[in-house]
Design a protein around this ligand. Structure first.
Ligand SMILES: Nc1nc2c(c(=O)[nH]1)N[C@H]1C(S)=C(S)[C@@H](COP(=O)(O)O)O[C@H]1N2
Ligand SMILES: [Mo]
Length: 406
């Protein structure tokens, strides 16, 4: 007879500690069995997220915020969306974390420990807007495959780290350098260790900007595991896919990086507008760089009720990739007329900007408040979903909330 052994006492008590209760018939569990409660962890507890966040996918984890959860000027972890392409690395030991700088265009390969990075280079802190290229995807028609982000795949946290530029200068790069690429510790969903879930990067010019960081802190603390602990690339204003989490290698390339999610339809859009649903050839696709101008009304929550003759204070944030937002307007008549909002300057380049306005409504009834940002080049958000593309990127249509006056 093939007798199976039962779970060990020590394992049982550690399970009980995680579950937070005695596992009453636990001694009947066979060895190697994982209680369901540990197989399906509560993502809100696991990642310390507000339980109004929306889980779009659990394999891999993809979780988005709602507009009203993003009301803080600096986004706290509890409201930050999570976008993973693979499995979050396990058993990270920051004490022996290493960063390798290699590639065709380094003078010689170099390796730094996390400790060396922290002690050798000057630290900088910036608030940086990171928006997933696919934020707003759910509104494209014909629909695009992928996580159906609505409006909440954006955050602006405060990141502390070293400048990538300082590091690359220390390594020494050749004059033929074109691109930098990240490689990370997360693993492919297939379990195949030879495959990377994602490896992207940016042109040298973006890598050399003052605000492009290799960050080890977020909002003044170690970066949360889901957001890239212990080391993350942060390139504000570009699709957040450039900001590699759990980074263990930076490659300096003499070609445009060709890693997973750099080619085909991934993070690329037709170089020229196409009709919805049109087939686009590979050679006519361009890599997304600076993100377009956009804004979000974060207060009040859509569905607000106010009493007649009372004014309504609204507020939110606006961002424009590499550019500054120069104007923010609101409309209560479906875009027929616009009034200007108060708009603050960004705390630093590539941080989102805060806006506010006090609105009077002419009479009792249903209204929508729309917000529209304009960037420093005079380009405004469209009122309808812009340029269809195969993977549903770059939807920067005006955000709107419903308001009832009674
Ligand atoms: N290593 C690694 N880095 C990554 C990803 C990933 O799956 N693996 N996802 C990218 C994408 S597509 C986005 S939108 C952002 C999301 O960052 P966040 O989860 O901290 O919000 O991380 C980027 N960096
Ligand atoms: Mo993304």
């Amino acid at each position: 007879m093939n007798r199976r052994s039962f779970v060990k006492k020590s394992v049982l008590s550690s399970f009980a500690a995680i579950v937070g209760a005695e596992i009453v018939f636990g001694s009947n569990m066979i060895d190697g069995y994982t209680p369901l409660a540990l197989q399906e962890p509560d993502p809100f507890k696991l990642f310390k997220k507000n339980n109004e966040m929306v889980v779009l996918n659990d394999k891999p984890w993809n979780i988005e915020a709602k507009a009203h959860l993003l009301d803080d000027k600096v986004t706290p972890n509890s409201s930050m969306f999570i976008r993973n392409n693979g499995k979050i690395p396990e058993n990270i030991n920051a004490d022996n974390w290493k960063l390798v700088i290699n590639g065709e265009s380094v003078k010689q390969q170099k390796t730094y420990t996390l400790q060396e990075l922290k002690s050798k280079f000057k630290h900088y802190t910036y608030q940086l807007t990171l928006e997933c290229g696919g934020n707003g995807r759910s509104e494209f028609n014909p629909p695009a495959k992928g996580n159906q982000w609505t409006v909440g795949a954006v955050h602006c946290a405060s990141w502390t780290g070293i400048r990538l530029k300082d590091l690359l200068e220390d390594v020494g790069i050749k004059s033929d350098a074109v691109y930098i690429a990240y490689h990370s510790a997360d693993t492919h969903l297939s379990g195949d260790p030879s495959k990377e879930p994602i490896s992207r990067g940016c042109p040298i010019s973006k890598a050399m900007q003052e605000e492009t960081l290799l960050a080890f802190q977020m909002n003044g603390k170690d970066i949360p595991l889901a957001h890239g602990y212990p080391l993350r690339l942060v390139a504000g204003g570009w699709p957040a896919s450039v900001s590699g989490k759990w980074v263990n290698t930076i490659s300096v390339r003499n070609i445009v990086h060709d890693g997973p999610k750099m080619t085909g339809t991934a993070y690329r859009v037709p170089c020229k507008n196409v009709a919805p649903g049109e087939k686009v050839e590979d050679k006519d696709m361009c890599i997304i760089e600076s993100m377009p101008v956009k804004s979000l009304i974060t207060y009040p929550k859509s569905g607000a009720m106010i009493k007649k003759n009372k004014s309504l204070n609204i507020r939110g944030h606006a961002w424009a990739g590499e550019l500054e937002v120069s104007k923010l307007e609101y409309s209560i008549d479906f875009g027929a007329t616009w009034q200007e909002c108060e708009l603050e300057k960004p705390t630093n380049r590539l941080a989102w900007q805060h806006f506010s306005a006090t609105i009077q409504f002419p009479k009792i009834g249903y209204y929508e408040v729309w917000a529209k940002a304009t960037d420093s080049n005079g380009v405004a958000q469209p009122m309808v979903v812009p340029g269809w593309n195969p993977k549903g990127y770059l939807n920067n249509a005006c955000h709107r909330i419903a308001v009832k006056v009674s």
